[in-house]
Design a protein around this ligand. Structure first.
Ligand SMILES: Nc1ncnc2c1ncn2[C@@H]1O[C@H](COP(=O)(O)OP(=O)(O)O)[C@@H](O)[C@H]1O
Ligand SMILES: N[C@@H](CCC(=O)OP(=O)(O)O)C(=O)O
Length: 385
């Protein structure tokens, strides 16, 4: 299919949850849903868009294969079951995509792959090559080897981080309800729908309980977190019905389905997105109002003089959160000093650092090139993830 002259190819990440991929009663695969999803994504790819599918289901499909009637609680069993289910899931996807001559690839990621800069860049490059080859990558967490302390934990977060990584235009979170509501519509028949969200802080009152089906992970809470990460990276985000994957194309054409989240201007270059969302913060630096103004409005680096407290145990070059006096997250960055050093030099002028520590590392606690604002003084803030 040759694209129209005014056609703008978009990078589209679609995440589908276990509750949409499987039948609620039996746990068997929802084949007609999967087939429609495959048709929709193949059509988008053939129209010239770049498409990534983030698919859950390894644990659910593995359970059915092994005759387990509920999701295992033990991590070791979950990891073993995911190894069984992932292969079967890919087999089904490959059969359906192959029927439409659409090549696919399996990409299994761990949280560590996004923490290490070289692996982050490598993942970015691999997605780029797969797009050039016309392949639709199918992503899941590498559940079998993921360690508890360092996991995405849920595929909503994984899909948002992938969307940020590849600088996606759109993230679709497909689930077993048609949109986000103020309370869980499965337990509250009067639940009021939410159609559009300009800033995720509007959702502080939402009761985003856990999964209703017993097979999903995180319910709406993880989807709202995902929408926050994605929109902070400049990605349009939609929560919509998994049983109607064809709505993706309609939403792209401006039709009103699901809940739509407006993107913020992107955090800038790929390295800054990695600092903001790839890295995992090891501690928190609290700063005074003057320092907040300097970094938020003046675009300055953070100096030790503006630091009023330090929490956590971190080394230099670790990622940290920066909070203001109201304990709101305002930035993330890579610190030049360890927490032990910052305790000694907080509140001090840079020219006194050598005298206090007996050595000098850098004039700044966090250089502005390593600092990403999560909130401007003019904008609304949010509590940290
Ligand atoms: N405020 C809410 N709006 C909509 N759904 C909600 C809300 N709070 C909780 N839920 C529940 O979240 C479920 C979807 O989450 P989950 O089962 O984890 O899905 P998935 O497998 O798609 O990730 C819905 O079935 C619904 O019962
Ligand atoms: N990686 C897991 C999915 C975890 C998860 O987030 O599940 P879901 O809430 O159904 O999207 C699996 O493949 O079973």
């Amino acid at each position: 299919m040759s694209p129209q002259p005014d056609f703008k190819p978009q990078t589209i990440v679609v995440k589908i949850g276990t509750s949409s991929l499987t039948q609620p009663q039996t746990g068997q695969l929802a084949l007609s849903t999967i087939a429609t999803l495959v048709e929709t994504l193949t059509h988008l790819q053939a129209s010239g868009h770049h498409v990534i599918l983030v698919s859950s289901g390894a644990v659910g499909v593995g359970c059915v294969r092994l005759g387990l009637s509920e999701r295992p609680r033990s991590i070791a069993i979950k990891q073993a079951v995911a190894a069984v289910g992932q292969g079967r899931l890919m087999r089904v996807y490959d059969d359906l995509f192959t029927a439409l001559q659409q090549p696919i690839a399996q990409v299994l990621l761990t949280r560590q792959d996004l923490v290490e800069r070289s692996r982050y860049v490598n993942a970015y490059n691999t997605f780029g090559e797969l797009f050039k080859l016309g392949v639709i990558p199918i992503v899941n967490e590498n559940d079998t080897v993921a360690v508890e302390e360092l996991k995405f934990g849920d595929n909503d977060t994984l899909s948002a981080l992938v969307a940020s990584l590849v600088e996606a235009d759109w993230l679709f979170l497909l689930t077993d309800v048609d949109r986000l509501y103020w309370v869980d519509p499965n337990s509250n028949p009067d639940a009021q729908p939410i159609y559009r969200v300009q800033h995720p802080d509007e959702l502080l009152e939402v009761q985003a309980g856990t999964s209703h089906s017993g097979w999903g992970t995180g319910g709406m809470e993880t989807k709202i977190t995902a929408a926050r990460i994605a929109t902070e990276s400049g990605v349009h985000t939609a929560i919509s019905a998994g049983r109607q994957p064809e709505n993706i194309a309609k939403i792209l054409q401006g039709e009103s389905f699901g809940t739509l989240f407006d993107p913020k201007p992107s955090t800038g270059n790929a390295r800054k997105r990695w600092i903001a969302h790839g890295l995992i913060a090891s501690g928190t630096i609290y700063i005074d109002a003057g320092a907040e103004k300097a970094i938020s409005i003046g675009g300055k680096s953070l100096l030790a003089a503006g630091i009023i407290n330090v929490e956590g145990d971190f080394q230099n070059a670790d990622a940290v959160r920066v909070h203001n006096t109201q304990n709101r997250l305002i930035a993330r960055g890579i610190t030049n000093y360890s927490s032990a050093e910052l305790h000694k030099i907080q509140g001090c002028r840079s020219e006194n650092i050598s005298d206090i520590l007996g050595y000098f590392v850098a004039e700044t606690a966090i250089h502005r090139d390593n600092l990403v604002l999560m909130r401007s003084l003019k904008g609304k803030g949010h509590s940290d993830r």
